[in-house]
Design a protein around this ligand. Structure first.
Ligand code: CTP
Ligand code: MG
Length: 232
């Protein structure tokens, strides 16, 4: 598994977003712990901002996250950071998951279920997506409406995204060769010519981007605690 955590959190106010605390714990710790909770997880590579390497190493040690096998410095884009993470994976695993540190609310066990489906159906990739709630409209440069988009066909993509390893590695090689930049793995895998299966995502697995998201995430975590769930 690769956990990209090397962003600069500009929309949250700047600074290593992955180290921002949520319910008393760094966002990265929540995300990695949930990934480790999958039985299929054998190795987690964390990709941190070059300026946050020391603090991240300390956090990972303090949290006792046992499946983390490497911590590497990320690049200027998410894609560059994931590429660095892929290079640091141990050689054995045949499947790779990429999960953003900015999604600390992911349900433990989500990846085990996705892997089951991938193996059963012989898929190249399985990615979660949630229906779009808002009415979506196209506008021109003058902000005049040019029509509505049928949201029934739209999904907002989430992580964790799961792929056959050689498929994802080839997709990243091709993207580098062709100078293609995308915001998730599914886009690159599709561009490389492989079908990607979208499965229902989890509306609670929100991406923490703005201060509002952080407040919502705090509330959700407090509710889970109150419910006595096993997920901290
Ligand atoms: N990410 C990364 N390397 C980058 C940029 C982003 O590893 N150069 C990671 C982030 O740490 C995050 C995920 O990709 O886990 C999704 O990115 P995003 O939510 O956009 O986080 P940031 O880039 O940190 O936030 P912002 O865009 O507001 O600066
Ligand atoms: Mg970003």
């Amino acid at each position: 598994m690769v956990v990209p955590a090397a962003g600069s959190g500009r929309r949250l106010g700047g600074g290593a977003k992955a180290l921002v605390r949520l319910a008393g714990r760094a966002m990265l710790a929540h995300a990695v712990e949930a990934m480790e909770a999958n039985q299929c997880t054998v190795a987690v590579v964390v990709v941190s901002h070059p300026d946050a390497l020391d603090a991240t190493a300390k956090l990972l040690a303090d949290e006792g996250l046992a499946k983390v096998t490497a911590l590497v410095a990320g690049g200027p884009t998410r894609q560059a950071s994931v590429a660095a993470g892929l290079r640091a994976l141990p050689p054995e695993p045949g499947y790779v998951v990429v999960h953003d540190a900015a999604r600390p609310l992911v349900a433990p066990g989500a990846v085990d279920r996705m892997l089951e489906l991938l193996l059963e159906a012989g898929l190249a990739g399985v990615v979660p997506g949630v229906p779009v709630i808002d009415t979506i409209r196209r506008v021109d440069e003058a902000q005049r409406s040019t029509g509505i988009v049928d949201r029934e066909q739209l999904r907002s993509m989430q992580t964790p995204q799961l792929f056959v390893r050689e498929v994802l590695e080839r997709a990243y090689r091709l993207a580098l060769r062709d100078g293609v930049e995308a915001t998730d793995e599914a886009a690159l895998v599709e561009l490389a010519g492989h079908p990607v299966q979208v499965v229902p995502g989890d509306p609670e697995n929100l991406k923490v981007t703005t201060p509002l998201d952080l407040a919502i995430a705090e509330t959700l975590l407090a509710r889970r605690r109150g419910a006595g769930g096993g997920f901290p």
